[in-house]
Design a binder for this molecule. Structure first.
Ligand SMILES: C[S@@+](CC[C@H](N)C(=O)[O-])C[C@H]1O[C@@H](n2cnc3c(N)ncnc32)[C@H](O)[C@@H]1O
Length: 218
């Protein structure tokens, strides 16, 4: 936890209740240890969507569809979501959850590895997504970034979740267990790149497990 637990609990106590079907989905996902966006991140995402008023959202990392369904509650009329997932069991659950939510063509689920799908999308629909939410394998963010840049127009917003990794990203490499060193260095490389790209303005926000908010300016 990056932010003091007491403060997080207080902040979350002020959050408005989710619609009942999302509350149920959140409960089930947490019970099944499926990693979904935290309460604080939910609120932040809701505000960013309300500010940006996107036309097309792209999500990398669907899991069982919680965050897609959450975003669909707050996106403007006419907006659609394309979301990518590769794990068969999660895909099945996501399909079921989308069907039950009766969203029709508002949500498109793309099945397979994000790197391949992103690169195909970049060819078929360049600069088509004005709001991109990255919430997949953290070690791959750096690989996803060049494809994401081919999909994000000027003025588009890129949100990346879990960038502070419970604060460990700020620790020296030598204090990180050998097992976690690759992810540690890849995340640092991602954050350095993102904050030094001339095409982007980026802020690292200590919300949830750390979120970057980037706006494409060039
Ligand atoms: C943190 S979960 C997503 C949670 C979801 N955004 C939510 O909040 O409800 C990350 C998901 O990304 C998927 N994932 C990881 N690497 C991927 C890849 N290369 N291609 C597609 N999906 C990937 C995982 O299978 C996992 O379900």
């Amino acid at each position: 936890m990056i932010v003091d637990e007491r403060i997080t609990d207080y902040m979350n106590s002020l959050v408005q209740e989710l619609p009942p079907y999302l509350r149920e989905l959140e409960k089930t996902a947490l019970m099944e240890s499926i990693p979904i966006i935290r309460k604080e991140t939910q609120t932040f995402l809701k505000v960013l969507i309300s500010m940006k008023q996107p036309k097309r959202i792209l999500e990398v990392g669907t899991a069982v569809g919680f965050s897609s369904l959450f975003m669909s509650e707050y996106m403007p009329e006419g907006c659609s979501i394309t979301t990518i997932e590769k794990m068969p069991l999660r895909l099945e659950k996501a399909k079921k959850n989308f069907m039950e939510a009766n969203l029709g063509e508002k949500v498109t689920l793309l099945e397979g590895d994000a790197l391949i799908i992103l690169s195909n999308l970049a060819k078929s629909e360049p600069f088509a997504f004005d709001f991109i939410f990255m919430d997949a394998a953290k070690a791959q963010y750096m690989n996803f970034l060049p494809e994401v840049m081919k999909l994000l127009p000027i003025g588009g917003v890129l949100i990346t979740d879990n960038v502070l990794q419970d604060g460990t990203v700020a620790e020296s490499r030598y204090s990180i267990t050998r097992r976690d060193r690759t992810i540690h260095s890849r995340m640092r490389e991602y954050l350095f790149t993102l904050t030094h790209m001339e095409e982007m303005e980026t802020s690292i926000v200590p919300v949830g497990d750390g979120v970057t908010v980037s706006v494409r300016i060039k």
